[in-house]
Design a protein around this ligand. Structure first.
Ligand code: ADP
Length: 487
């Protein structure tokens, strides 16, 4: 793109997960939906992602046409030439390049990071830089996401082949708690980074390689996924100690709120639910509610509100509070249905509670996309008491289906859930301090309000008409790209 911004700007999204092929959490949703909105806003955006096991099969099962690019992509790493086959497809007008190689045959996200488990992520970043040679298209900016592609800005700054190319990158922080930390040896030697580049003002952090720190320091710009989280990550407790680094780099930090794919998450057309519904005709929702109650083994005619939760079962999501409150939940006059998997102690505590209170608490253990739609659509209340929450998509999805969030005022939850007791009304029930009583207080208010049908319907109407599209945020990203290209 020329200076002045007259040509269409070219952006390569570099992401290790993307919905619907390899989604693990919110990053997958964002990578699957933001490019579509950017394309609509006039950006030439393309995506590169590893073909993890099963990804190409999934693409084919979804009926996508996959074309093999005639040239492979090559990158040098650990004194070897690492090559990958390139499979191209188009989703909603966005070109996606899947890189297939032995490097991407293992588990998507390793439990433990070391030289061997970190190498696929470094190789992926180097191949993303090299991709332009094989596809005859050169991006103006590489848009990287989280620690898994944070090596790319590091390579543009400190790699012996790339540090003088002048290529630009953006690092988007979806969750600063995951940083990609490993021993420096033999990673630094194998990676091709200049040996002098491993120091405390670059990617070294307490004698370890910290890929996210490197990406934050090296990228031309940093964004994060909500304005409130952009402020929070400059303070100690929300970043596992990286706050000082982020504070130093705050001149290039912006908080841009995530949206959701409102075509996919649409109660009026969702194919994964048995009945569709709209604000004007909610009969489908009440039927799905019965289906959900049946599936959970509860009385389908219950008048108690159905509190649902779709989540990774990890501390971040506030399960410390839920488990602490578990013996008090049956007395609240609600049914609780949770879908998720994660830490064993949380899974076990919820399974125990399900066994002890079979008419009130139910855990569906696992990751299940169709079942998540049943919960979003069939629930009355969505519980999200996160300890920290960079943006959070589940609260926006649930509102779209008329399921009212009970959420903590933190990160992106604070930017999207407004308490109904505000003078101007709101779309949910919030509490501020991370404690069990606070959560129960908000839940109690929601359960009491549910009994007032007129009041509840007004809250549903507000929630279902909130604008959670990507349109506004896509414009903000586009402006940032243009500023960077013109700088
Ligand atoms: P995070 O990225 O921190 O996990 P988000 O709220 O940003 O949280 O996004 C979570 C996404 O993952 C949502 O689309 C949610 O529906 C989905 N999800 C989480 N757990 C499950 C599960 N067990 N089954 C199906 N979908 C899930």
């Amino acid at each position: 793109m020329s200076k002045g911004g007259s040509e269409i700007i070219k952006i390569l999204f570099v992401t290790t997960e993307i919905a619907p092929f390899s989604k693990v959490g919110g990053l997958g949703d964002v990578a699957g939906s933001l490019p579509k909105a950017l394309k609509k806003a006039g950006v030439d955006v393309r995506v590169v992602t590893p073909a993890w096991p099963g990804v190409l099969d999934k693409a084919e099962a979804l009926g996508l046409k996959l074309t093999k690019v005639s040239r492979h992509v090559y990158a040098s790493y650990n004194w070897e030439i690492k090559q990958a086959e390139i499979f191209k497809s188009e989703v909603d007008g966005v070109q996606i390049y899947f890189l297939k190689a032995d490097d991407y045959n293992g588990d998507m996200y390793p439990q433990q990071l070391n030289f061997w488990t970190a190498s696929p992520f470094a190789v992926f970043c180097l191949q993303a830089i090299e991709l332009s040679k094989s596809i005859n298209w050169t991006p103006d900016i590489f848009h990287c996401h989280d620690w898994t592609s944070a090596f790319l800005p590091c390579a543009l700054a400190w790699h012996r082949h790339y540090r003088q190319t002048g290529l630009k990158s953006i690092m988007t922080l979806h969750n600063v708690a995951y940083q990609g930390v490993l021993e420096p040896s033999p990673f630094i030697e194998a990676s091709g980074l200049e040996p002098w580049s491993f120091n405390s003002s670059t990617m070294e952090f307490y004698s370890q390689v910290n890929l996210l720190k490197g990406g934050i320091v090296a990228a031309s710009a940093i964004t994060t996924v909500s304005p409130t989280y952009a402020n929070e990550i400059q303070t100690y407790e929300s970043t596992r100690e990286l706050s000082g680094v982020i504070y130093q780099q705050r001149h290039k930090l912006r908080g841009i709120l995530n949206g959701i794919d409102v075509d996919y998450w649409n109660p009026a057309s969702d194919k994964l639910i048995s009945k569709n519904f709209t604000l004007d005709d909610m009969r489908g929702k009440w039927q799905i509610r019965k289906e959900l109650l049946n599936k959970a083994g509860f009385d389908p005619e219950t008048q108690d509100p159905v509190v649902v939760c779709v989540s990774r079962l990890v501390d971040q999501k506030g399960f410390g509070l839920v488990i602490d409150a578990i013996e008090r939940l049956p007395k609240l006059g609600a049914k609780f249905i949770i879908l998720g998997s994660g830490h064993e102690w949380i899974e076990n505590a919820l399974l125990d509670a399900s066994a002890k209170h079979p008419d009130c608490i139910k855990l569906f253990k696992g990751y299940d996309e169709p079942l998540s739609h049943l919960l979003y659509a069939g629930g009355d209340i969505f519980l999200m008491p996160s300890e920290f929450e960079p943006c959070g998509l589940s609260q926006m999805i649930s509102m779209r289906y008329g399921t009212i969030p009970v959420a903590r005022e933190v990160g992106g939850l604070k930017d999207t859930v407004i308490d109904v007791d505000n003078p101007d009304g709101g779309n949910g029930f919030t509490f501020l301090t991370y404690d069990t009583d606070g959560m129960l207080w908000a839940l109690d208010r929601a359960i009491a309000r549910y009994k007032d049908k007129d009041a509840w319907n007004k809250i549903i109407a507000r929630a279902m008409t909130e604008d959670f599209t990507w349109d506004r945020s896509a414009e903000l990203y586009k402006n940032l790209y243009q500023e960077m290209a013109n700088a």
